[in-house]
Design a protein around this ligand. Sequence first.
Ligand code: SF4
Length: 389
Amino acid sequence: MSFELYSVRMVTYIYKEFKTAINKLKYPDSWFWARYTANPYSGCEHVCIYCDARSQRYYLTQNFEDEIIIKDKFAKKLEATIKNSRSLLRDVIGPGGICDAYQPVEKKVKNTRKLLKILMKFRFPVNLATKSDLVTRDIDLFKQIAKDTWCTIGFSVSTMDEEIASLLEPRSSPPQARMRALKEIKQKAPEIQVGTYFMPIVPYLEDNYDQIEEVIKESKNAGAKFVLFAPGLTMRDVQQEFFITKLRKSKYRDIVKPLLKLYGNNSEKNELYKYLNQMNLKIYNLCQKYGLKTRVKRWIPSDYRKWNYIIAEVLLNEEYKNTILGSSNNKMKWAGLSINNLDESIINYFKRGELKRLRNFSNEIIEFVKPYLKRGEKDRDKKTLDRFL
Ligand code: SF4
């Protein structure tokens, strides 16, 4: 394990070797479709005051914004893992995950660029979320990845208001710069699926109709294909303390009380639920108005997982729609998530009449996915015939 220490201004950078370069998720994430995450850095210089990565569930032990750990030999480790692992199936990787892969240190260290070169070499699809316009430096690599397999880049935006953004996201690229970067990617590499990750949306600060419409309109004007949105924010342990302390010191201190009431233990049980439902519907309708998708189109492998992933996407998108309409019951979610992990094609289960063995595959769900199963059956039969001829 090697350590090297140096300081620039108030931030300390620490080189440290880690055993692993990639983390496999139990289920592919149904928003970003990532199966793996790969974090070139630990800690984030962007210092967003609402950042969820501060919460204890991520076990980041250092001072989150002032001590940035640069993962030493990161790309080499990733390459060795991909080469040596027999079980690592090609699937979507989300570089960054909980710490922005294009935070300022990347300009010099280039851990993310090196990571992308490895992903390009082994043809792994990529979904990247960032608040930095530095991402445009690597358009060449993203473009090639999109041509070879699949690439999505989403800009994380919570408001277009520069003053609010400078409080909430003080060291990220300003929102307008993120939109310019989105536009540049769209123009230079139309193969890349680009859009906005509109989250978090701080209640009482960023949630009025005009503010929301501005984010959606700017996204549309910049060339976004989708706006993936999530109103509200997480309010967990250390993260909540940090956020509320900063808000109390700001000119927006008046929102603290209603915000804590909305998220607090003493709040009306359904107050937050009602708030999120109303917001979901409002934002969804605005996306419809601007002709923007609210889901990311998924990468589909060409091996035995093909129809598992297609049908999982259908189920998970339907579950999402039900959530927006306030009628979700989670059944589709678990059915969709679990078929991502099958070790054979769902079409085999269909042919053997064994669909009921799959988690949550009730008669209702089977009826719902039947048209896709039939298409999948034809698709597989056609391939068999092609091989035969
Ligand atoms: S850019 Fe993302 S990871 Fe970095 S501080 Fe902001 S929210 Fe956290």
